[in-house]
Design a protein around this ligand. Structure first.
Ligand code: 26Y
Length: 805
């Protein structure tokens, strides 16, 4: 029996089989003979989950005993990826589960195929949150992730005549076996109303709407350790009184549930359309809902072991994943001052010591602001608190920079012109003890441009923590064959939790037989992916569609290749499969035009027998963690071609390098650090750097000059403008020629020349493989374990807690 007085679950295939049968019977109410595949899947999930539950209970007990400093990660998004395969690996049941299923006559692949990816995020920021949780658990850091349990996750992308069409993603339609509901920990959230002052001058918020937040959590197991942390997700519910029984009895069925439906809309969809006022209000409601539920839960947990408020920052660090959860700052002030009766100064000291803020952008237009009238209507007390914070803060600014009125205007938490808005990034900087960017260049640019005024006031507050990725998810699970080869080469699999050990592969890069096995693995991964000729150079650009990321630059290169082959059909060309994957925001029309044009170009090339032997463009729909995990191991070339100074970090770039793809990229985001680590010889660099790009824009950039000067570029753009690709893409062409916000044409020549170097390098198979191995060998730095250690040492000041037997 273990410490909990329970019989430990068996570790043999026979015991797993018994538990499968028992779970099938007692928890699904059926037997092998009559079970559906869905029954089998749910049962498998529960049987695997049970093997983590015991570790979870021991983790909670160890954490309670230690009363440690906790990390609370607040994020509007989590892209966790499928849970089954991960949890089988982390519970050490992957082998026995498959044996047991076969014993019962079940097809493991079919059963595992029913696992669904919870798409509770958009892209990089959401996946980063998942990778950091994974690394925190692996490093035994006591942590809880907080988020929203959206009913509908990121939309499903489909193509209709090549154009993106969005479909709702009802990801938990069949239920979600990974989720533990915790209705006892439900919270009450207030909105609207007004504030009043009582006889003692105490302020009190009289709300106009009450909504319930119901939590459930999913397990976040560590790899190679007993720690199992959790991610707690809140779902909105109408309060008991929100159902109007008398209306229902009167046959007014829609009106009877009006209030409840209204409340439940809060957690209905990830990023509701914000083109209307009500859409924007719903987003602000979501943010406050997340923050209010999570803070009350954090305080509940604090009180389990502590009584003294001044201890709160010693026991708590709250990391804000971008500005989306920044309302936590005024909300904690409100709880401490209005509800707990602390004086303002003490409360402010506690709040500032508790929070830290990660910024994920440089684009000033991407910094969140909320209109003051809307804010005031929804959160009247929070606006008062923000005004008071602002008064104190601006006094500090005036003292530090006497007479600098313009600086005060820029730094204020409230924008006055052209309309009054609350600036969330300013609030996040003012209310926290640390602010970090997500790659070296990004952190430097934050301090020297976007947040410069703040860095001048508080230089020590600004940090860099370069992003990282989970080696478990993005090589061990995604690329099992390469992982086996690496383990064989290194004589063990310790590298999975100690990624710097990949350096040991450097010696093998010169070993011919190792190189040929490395190639064979890449080849097999291309076959597994099943898109395009596995002999061809697999050139991938997988990321959200955004103009600054410059999918349109890649497209111009493809069209140039197409023209070259058409002009000289007899020559030998390096065969390429160019793979795009990614979604565009539903209302981002420019990005959707690029998607449509890519599909049109793909169709034209496919239909042209002179070109198709050398060039194929594929665009599988609905890019997500699952699809990424299939593509990344098959990639030869990684496209990281954003305009310098725009991509905060990128993390796909790290995943691809780790899996042996060579990067073609600009000096942007983490590309710079990747190139530093893997070596300039093993990276295809092109394009303007940030100072050059900035100078060009400041000196009146004219895209048309590049068009006039470069015949190949002119040919490519003309073919788009002339409608040569099924008549699609004129908007893309015109925007490039007349405006070109992101300097696509300025970087075209340098990019195409770098691509010619790629072709030349590819022809020396041995050298290419060597470079591929060196990319993997030198990517250890990009482990999320290193990222979390950096946060722990530089920002969180937390220590691991080992979970005992
Ligand atoms: C407020 C709302 C419209 C919003 C929603 C999502 C704003 C931003 C985002 C997401 C941003 C995001 O994913 N940023 C990416 O974060 C990654 C992790 O740090 C970076 O690698 C990547 O460069 C950055 O674009």
């Amino acid at each position: 029996r273990n410490g909990m007085g329970l019989r430990p679950l068996g570790t043999s295939a026979a015991e797993f089989e018994q538990d499968l049968l028992s779970n099938l019977y007692y928890r699904r109410g059926t037997t092998v003979e009559s079970a559906s595949t869905q029954d089998a899947y749910e049962t498998l999930a529960l049987t695997v989950r049970d093997r983590l539950a015991e570790r979870r209970v021991r983790t909670a007990a160890a954490h309670y005993a230690a009363n440690p400093r906790w990390v609370y990660y607040l994020s509007a998004e989590y892209l966790l990826g499928k849970q089954l395969e991960q949890n089988m690996l982390y519970s050490g049941t992957d082998r026995i589960a498959r044996i047991a299923m076969k014993q019962l006559g079940l097809d493991p692949d079919e059963v595992e195929g029913l696992d669904v990816e919870p798409g509770l995020g958009n892209g990089g920021l959401g996946r980063l949150a998942a990778c950091l949780l994974d690394a925190m658990a692996t490093l035994d850091i006591p942590a809880v992730g907080y988020g929203i349990r959206y009913d509908l996750g990121i939309f499903k992308q489909t193509f209709k005549n090549g154009a993106q069409v969005e479909k709702p993603d009802d990801w938990s339609y069949q239920g979600n076996p990974w989720e533990f509901p915790a209705p006892d920990d439900r919270q009450t959230v207030f909105f609207y109303g007004h504030t009043e002052r009582d006889a003692n001058g105490k302020t009190c918020w009289i709300p106009g709407e009450v909504v319930l937040g119901e939590p459930s959590h999913m397990l976040v197991p560590g790899h190679g350790t007993d720690t199992v942390n959790i991610v707690r997700l809140w779902r909105a519910r109408g309060s008991e009184s929100s159902f109007d029984l008398s209306r229902f009895s009167a046959g007014q069925y829609a009106e009877a549930v009006d209030e409840a439906v209204h409340a439940e809309n809060i957690s209905k969809v990830l990023y509701p359309d914000d083109s209307t006022e009500s859409g924007r209000e719903l987003r602000l409601k979501q943010q406050y809902f997340l923050v209010s539920c999570s803070l009350r839960d954090i305080i509940r947990r604090f009180r389990l072991r502590n009584t003294d408020w001044s201890e709160f920052p010693k026991k708590t660090v709250i990391q804000l994943n971008d500005t989306h959860p920044t309302l936590a700052i005024p909300e904690l002030m409100r709880l401490l001052v209005d509800e707990e009766g602390l004086n303002w100064d003490l409360a402010w000291t506690i709040v500032r010591q508790t929070f830290a803020y990660t910024c994920h952008t440089l684009l000033p237009e991407a910094l969140e602001t909320w209109s003051v009238p809307m804010f005031e209507r929804l959160l009247p007390r929070h606006l008062e608190i923000i005004y008071t914070i602002n008064e104190h803060f601006l006094a500090e600014v005036r003292e530090a920079f006497p007479g600098d009125v313009d600086r005060v205007r820029r730094m204020s938490l409230i924008q006055e012109e052209p309309d009054r808005r609350v600036r969330m990034a300013n609030l996040a900087v003012v209310g926290t003890q640390a602010v970090n960017g997500v790659a070296e260049l990004h952190s430097e640019l934050l301090a020297s441009t976007t947040l410069r005024d703040f860095a001048e006031l508080w230089p020590a507050k600004f940090h860099n923590v370069t992003n990282g990725i989970s080696p478990r998810r993005f090589i061990k699970i995604a690329n099992p064959t390469l992982s086996s080869l690496i383990s064989e080469g290194l004589g063990g699999d310790e590298w999975i939790n100690d990624l710097d050990r990949l350096a040991g592969l450097e010696a093998l890069a010169d070993d011919e037989s190792f190189r040929s096995r490395w190639r064979a693995v890449k080849q097999a991964n291309k076959v597994r992916l099943g898109l395009g000729d596995p002999e061809s150079l697999t050139d991938v650009m997988i990321k959200r569609f955004h103009e600054y990321k410059r999918q349109q630059l890649k497209l111009l290169h493809i069209i140039t290749m197409y023209h070259r082959i058409k002009a000289n059909p007899g020559q030998a060309y390096v065969p390429r499969t160019v793979l795009f994957a990614g979604k565009a925001a539903p209302a981002y029309h420019a990005a959707k035009h690029v998607i449509r044009l890519i599909n049109a170009v793909a169709a034209v090339i496919d239909a042209d027998p002179a070109v198709s032997p050398y060039l194929k463009v594929v665009f599988p729909p609905n890019y997500n963690v699952t699809l990424g995990s299939l593509i990344i191991p098959a990639a030869d070339l990684s496209e990281q071609i954003s305009m310098a100074g725009k991509e905060a970090s990128g993390t796909g770039n790290m995943k691809l390098a780790l899996n042996g793809a060579l990067t073609i990229g600009t000096l942007d985001g983490a590309n710079i650090e990747i190139r530093d680590k893997v070596g300039a010889d093993n990276f295809f660099l092109f394009g303007l750097d940030t100072p050059a790009a900035t100078a060009l824009k400041n000196n009146g950039y004219r895209a048309r000059d590049h068009y006039d000067r470069d015949p190949e570029l002119r040919h490519a753009l003309d073919s788009i403008l002339d409608g040569k690709f099924l008549g699609i893409g004129r908007e893309v062409g015109e925007s490039l020629l007349n405006w070109d916000e992101y300097l696509t044409l300025a970087d075209y020549r340098s990019y195409v020349d770098a691509q010619d170097q790629v072709d030349a390098a590819w022809q020396d198979t041995d050298q290419w493989t060597r470079k591929s191995i060196l990319n993997t060998a030198r990517s250890g730095f990009f482990s999320a374990d290193r990222t979390v250690r950096d946060y722990a040492a530089g920002i969180w000041h937390v220590n691991p807690v080992k979970v005992g037997r």
